[in-house]
Design a protein around this ligand. Sequence first.
Ligand SMILES: CC(C)(COP(=O)(O)OP(=O)(O)OC[C@H]1O[C@@H](n2cnc3c(N)ncnc32)[C@H](O)[C@@H]1OP(=O)(O)O)[C@@H](O)C(=O)NCCC(=O)NCCS
Length: 161
Amino acid sequence: MNVYSIPGVRYACESDIQQILSLMESYVASGVLLPRSAADILKNLPATWVSEESGKITGTISLVDYGNNLFEARAFVVKPEYQKKGTGKALVQEVIHYLNAKKKSLNQNVTLFALTYVPEFFKQFGLSIVSKEKFPQKIFDVCQYCKKADNCQEVAVELII
Ligand SMILES: CC(C)(COP(=O)(O)OP(=O)(O)OC[C@H]1O[C@@H](n2cnc3c(N)ncnc32)[C@H](O)[C@@H]1OP(=O)(O)O)[C@@H](O)C(=O)NCCC(=O)NCCS
């Protein structure tokens, strides 16, 4: 059960994977999102949320745990026809609820970060722009395989919770 539920947002389940992949498809093709395989999504399913309207998946977000209380929001997308209706906001708020609970259970601060082309979107939740070099784990884990690695225009944003 999704304890920190925001209406319309729930944890993803295995049967959502194909819809998640198709949501991401056009943004992967245009280079906004990094490609993910069904296996990647399955592996990260316990920290993946979807928004749903009339039984259809309208958006998704995942959290990757790098250890040391560091979490990345990734594979974050809202279906174009559902954008600008508060869905992206609800997904990020759900992630922040989850991390607030994590902070309480750990009794330690946790850090949320994202690499993004839309830093202004994240600022409304208190994230601020920081140097990408702060996240060598991400660079080691994913960026080294990215086609745009030598000319990356993404901006790092961070929130300490
Ligand atoms: C970024 C994205 C997820 C936002 O989803 P969305 O459902 O349209 O966002 P919301 O409707 O919840 O917007 C909430 C608020 O953010 C604002 N906002 C939306 N997109 C924005 C953007 N690109 N830049 C700045 N603000 C933005 C909205 O105007 C709205 O403001 P309001 O509450 O004052 O009305 C969506 O545009 C998307 O899927 N983009 C393509 C993939 C992408 O870039 N993902 C991010 C990867 S890190």
